[in-house]
Design a protein around this ligand. Structure first.
Ligand SMILES: [Zn+2]
Length: 301
């Protein structure tokens, strides 16, 4: 009953409560602008319709080396809150946020970072902290706090949404670990284009190997390709993967040289459009866990 009253209340708000058609109602909810689609989805769950949550980068777009447009700057200046991931994900963000002077919260603040092991980025925090659903609980806590400050009248809802989502994150984590626990010793290597799976590999007890550390150049050097080929051969890795936002051409070279299977496309830096395979963050984690487990347990070549 309470729920029904809530729905009626929301409809009344949308229509101005005087029979005006919803389409012409002014949307005067506070605007939250996030840097990428994964963050927008998580923020949207916490906001639960009380805030208008948008993403600067669109589904399928690259986020690391994005170049903000004048329109992005305008949007951010008009936003009530700007949310970034932090941990060095958005190389462009410091300059961007300095330009717009909008209130801003770092969703990944407080996550214990896993350092990048190789390449020019060695020692810097790996930015892909959301690839551990357990880390996303910290994102949720930061968002609940920021949203409660932004719209205090909805603070209780933000907290309840966050609490419910924390439960879902725990379940998705448990399922991920269970799906990958079946991999036998010696088949527990995750080979990808970008080194985006350090947190997932840690959670699931996999060894991570990749062509490049961070999607910036998105082009593997011959030395990087040769290194991965050597690793795949040495460990008889049955399948290798690449991510949706980059070219898989270098990984196809690894496939051709080693006879390993191409295990599929993994999603990290972007959600898909609503009709695609990973319209939400929880879908993204489930999809990747399923794809990895299926390819690595397939019959040996
Ligand atoms: Zn990335």
């Amino acid at each position: 009953m309470t729920k029904l009253i809530g729905v009626i209340g929301a409809v009344a708000l949308l229509t101005g409560g005087c029979g005006a058609p919803a389409a012409t109602a002014r949307d005067d909810r506070p605007v939250v602008l996030t840097t990428f689609t994964v963050l927008a989805d998580i923020a949207g769950v916490v906001a639960g319709g009380h805030l208008r949550v948008e993403s600067i980068t669109k589904p399928g777009a690259e986020v690391h080396g994005y170049e903000p447009t004048p329109d992005d700057v305008k949007k951010a200046a008009a936003a009530d809150l700007v949310v970034d991931n932090g941990l060095g994900l958005e190389a462009w963000f410091a300059r961007f946020v300095a330009e717009v002077d909008a209130p801003h919260v770092v969703a990944g603040e407080g996550v214990a970072p896993v350092p990048i092991a190789e390449d020019a980025y060695a020692g810097e925090p790996n930015p892909h902290a959301w690839m551990s659903p357990l880390n996303v609980r910290t994102y949720v806590d930061n968002l609940v706090e920021a949203f409660a400050a932004l719209a205090p009248q909805h603070a209780a809802d933000f907290r309840a949404n966050g609490e419910r989502y924390r439960g879902e994150l725990q379940r998705v984590h448990d399922d991920l670990v269970a799906a990958l626990a079946v991999l036998p010793e010696g088949k527990r290597a995750l080979v990808t284009c970008e080194g985006a799976f350090s947190y997932l590999a840690r959670d699931a007890g996999l060894t991570e190997r990749y062509l490049w550390a961070v999607n910036a150049e998105q082009q593997a050097t011959p030395r990087q390709v040769a290194g991965v080929i050597e690793f795949v051969r040495a460990h008889a890795v049955p399948a290798v993967f690449c991510e949706s936002t980059v070219s898989d051409a270098p990984m196809r070279q690894v496939v051709a040289a080693t006879g390993a299977a191409f295990g599929g496309v993994l999603h990290v830096d972007s959600l898909s459009t609503p009709d695609g395979p990973v319209p939400t963050y929880l879908d993204l984690v489930r999809h990747d866990a399923r794809t990895i487990a299926a390819a690595l347990t397939r019959d040996p070549r």
